[in-house]
Ligand binder design. Structure first.
Ligand code: DX5
Ligand code: ZN
Length: 219
């Protein structure tokens, strides 16, 4: 079963509640929330108060992607805001093992995230602890970019390692996924699919249904 995690970065923030309703009505399991600090990535997006508001209006899994420097400073706050999955960047974190442990102590799922140029082998030490691994398929910071094909090597490497070692982390891909490359990213081994512009540009319900149809055919 593949999961769609629409990225709110491309939604209409003046209608945030309605956008979430559309996701619920279309049986989307996860909502991807991109948090950017203007330091780790050259952009600033949304943060803790918005997650608190989202938590009040939905029970969908809040899949929070922290693109922030030294994410360990804010784990408690993102946990108490209502995040379900806290994804932090391996490149931004001083002690990834400790960050995963802290997220678990707070009763949340921990995701470790890698940028396109990071080799998946660097995070092998954390794979048995992580609930999710998020592979960036664009340079983090902006929605609407094209998928970098080489990043599928990270997906393939992680999928193979997961299989061979009987691990149970979910493998998520983020950036530039559209209906026309969805099958390819699934074949590479992605299980959770983030899509921002491909969901929210145009009719979100129709777009989600197109994604779901392709996902069903891949199972
Ligand atoms: C980019 C974000 C993504 C982004 C995806 O830094 O992490 O989640 O919103 O948007 P699309 O699907 O448009 O590439
Ligand atoms: Zn993201």
């Amino acid at each position: 079963m593949y999961k769609l995690s629409p990225s709110l970065l491309s939604c209409d923030f003046t209608r945030l509640g309605e956008e979430v309703k559309i996701l619920e009505q279309n049986n989307v399991p996860y909502i991807h929330i991109d948090v950017m600090d203007g330091v780790f990535v050259p952009n600033i997006s949304i943060g803790i108060p918005v997650i608190e508001c989202l938590r009040k209006i939905t029970e969908l899994t809040l899949d929070v992607h922290l693109m922030i420097t030294r994410p360990e400073r804010y784990i408690e706050q993102f946990a108490s805001a209502g995040s379900d999955i806290i994804n932090f960047h391996y490149e931004a974190c001083e002690n990834s093992a400790a960050a995963i442990d802290r997220i678990h102590e707070l009763g949340k799922k921990a995701g470790i995230t890698i940028k396109p140029k990071t080799d998946w082998r660097e995070i092998i030490p954390y794979l048995s602890k992580a609930d999710l691994v998020l592979v960036m398929s664009v340079e983090p910071g902006f929605g609407g970019q094209g998928l970098i094909k080489e990043t599928l090597d990270n997906v393939r490497g992680l999928a193979k390692y997961k299989r061979e070692n009987h691990l149970d982390f979910e493998l998520e891909i983020d950036g530039g996924v559209k209906t026309d490359n969805l099958q390819e990213v699934i074949e590479a081994g992605a299980e959770v699919i983030v899509a921002g512009s491909a969901v929210f540009r145009g009719d979100a319900a129709e777009n989600i249904q197109k994604f779901q149809k392709i996902m069903e055919n891949c199972t």
